[in-house]
Structure formats: structure tokens, C-alpha cells
Design a binder for this molecule. Sequence first.
Ligand code: ADP
Length: 322
Amino acid sequence: MKKIGVYTSGGDAPGMNAAIRAVVRTAITSGIEIIGIIEGYTGMMSGEMEPLQLSSVANCLQRGGTILKTGRAPDFVKPEIRAQAAAKVKEAGIEGLVAIGGDGSFRGAHALWEEHRIPVVGVPGTIDNDIFGTDSTIGYDTAVNTALDALDRIRDTAASHNRLFIVEVMGRDSGFIAVDVGVAGGAEEVFIPENLVSIDRAIQHIQRGLARGKTSSILVAAEGQSPGRAYDLADQIRRKSGFEAKVCVLGHIQRGGSPTARDRILASKLGFAAVRALQAGQTDVMVGEVGGKLVTVPLLDCITKKKHVPNDLIELAQLLSH
Ligand code: ADP
């Protein structure tokens, strides 16, 4: 393999730059040319690509976002559009691709292999941690720490005013961030898509806390299908119990910021592993880390199987809220 391409796609995640850096430096030191494809599938379709050097990735490790830009290209679901993009990749002499993104990006990569026989290796980069085949995704640890920092600050003001707060974190289909933040931040209740708790139970928890002199209550809610779900929850709680809840929607601040050491290290390992996998002739796989070991998992599994929030963690969040 003489030349490979790398791109970031879908939602950005802190640590993507560390992954790009590892891909670039592993490739170049192995004698492989490396091309950066700009803005994910958008740049692949238009042929916006640029050769990357060792110096192209200097001073990016600590930066959030992605130096290659990312984007959403809804047209990429059309086979004829993918054929155009595949032609651009082949024209550029690219013999393999590293796709850094979430399951949507992996669907596109899987199709490029299936339909056009372009070797592809995926690197899981998404703050949601909802990718099957890896214990953690790049960006997740940073997002949890950012949300936790916000929750700690809210706890200060909640305790000073004897207030009830609902903090909404990201996680459309999965409650990984919410449960981690709930356990680490001592939330009284956690609302996640996987385990819908009733409003009545949340109210009981708040009352129980008040009865034994708690000065603040914080509920954590995953955003659900659209941001702002916490306002609905606050409304329901007010109507049923009279408790007035303040709402704080953390939103996009959870995406930005400097990646944690954990995310930088994971990204560095996975970027390295992705290039090694392509060199070894592997394709249509994702590189991940399970139990501290680097693994490769078929992309098809990553896009068809679901990773669930561990039940014992959900139970722990509930038990410790007593
Ligand atoms: P993520 O990769 O973070 O899950 P998206 O779901 O938005 O983000 O997917 C990123 C991009 O991947 C989409 O904008 C589209 O270009 C491409 N993509 C998503 N789903 C498919 C699909 N089923 N087939 C081909 N390409 C897809």
C-alpha cells in the first residue's frame, strides 16, 4: 500500500485530531503517502483533498474539533453519488481509507468497500459512546468530564438556594453520558432512553432527599430525540408535585474543548492500529479497544448491533442516589 486517505465525518468529537495525527505519522514513517479528505464525504464527492506531511499535524493534539473539518453529506446514501466519490478516490491513487466517525460514517465506508472494493478501516469517533465493538469511543471521556464539571457548578448554586435542577446532557439514543455523569455527580435520578423511569419515582426521590435535609436535588436527563426534553420533564414534575425545577441544557459545550488524556491516548492507539490494519490487508473493519486490548470488528457488526449501557451501572446510579 503506497497511498491512503483519511477523513473525519459526522459529529465532531474531541480527540479526532489526535487520531488524525496518529494516522498521518504512522503512515509516513511506514513509507505510505497520506491524503487528507476535507469535510468527510462532502470533500470526497467534490475531490477536495490535500497531501499531509508530518508537520501538518503538529500542535493539534490538544485541540478539540477536527483539523480536516467534518460534515454531513445526506446525498451519500445514494449509490450513484457514492460511485462519483469512489471515482475521485481512485483518481487520486488512494488505495485505502481511514474513516473517523460514528455509525453513519461507517455505513458510508462499508458501502465504499461493498460497491467499489476500496479498502476501509473505521475509527470510532463520537461523544455518544454508542458504537458496538469498543469499550469507549474517542470523545466520550472528554464529553463526560465537561458535563460533570458543569453539573458540579450547578450543584453549588442549587445547594445555596435549596433548588431542584434538571441537567440535560447529550445522548439521543443512548444514555452513556447521562449515567456516567449521574454516578460521578451524585444525581438524584437519571433519565435515559434505555430505562425510562417514571416521573412519580423521580418525585419520590426528591421528597425522600428533602425529608432527610438535602439542600439540593439534581436530575440528569439524556436529551432524547430532540434537545429540550428536560423542559418537558420539569413541566410534568411541576404539574404533579408543585416542585419548580430549573433547567440547564448543556448542548454543544459537550462537544468542544481540549480532549482528556484518556481520549488522546485512545485516539493515538486507534489511529496507529487503523494504518496497521490497512497494511495487513484488513478491510471493512473498525479498530477498537476492548478490555485494554486493541481489536478489529467487522463494520457490519458496528452498524447493525447495539451497545447497551451496562445494567449494573444503571442500578448503581439508582442505589447511590438514596
Ligand atoms: P455519525 O458518523 O457521527 O454517526 P451521521 O449519522 O450524520 O454521523 O453520518 C455521517 C455521514 O455519513 C452522513 O452525513 C452521510 O454522508 C454518511 N452516511 C450516513 N448514513 C449512511 C448510509 N446509510 N449510507 C451511506 N452513507 C451514509
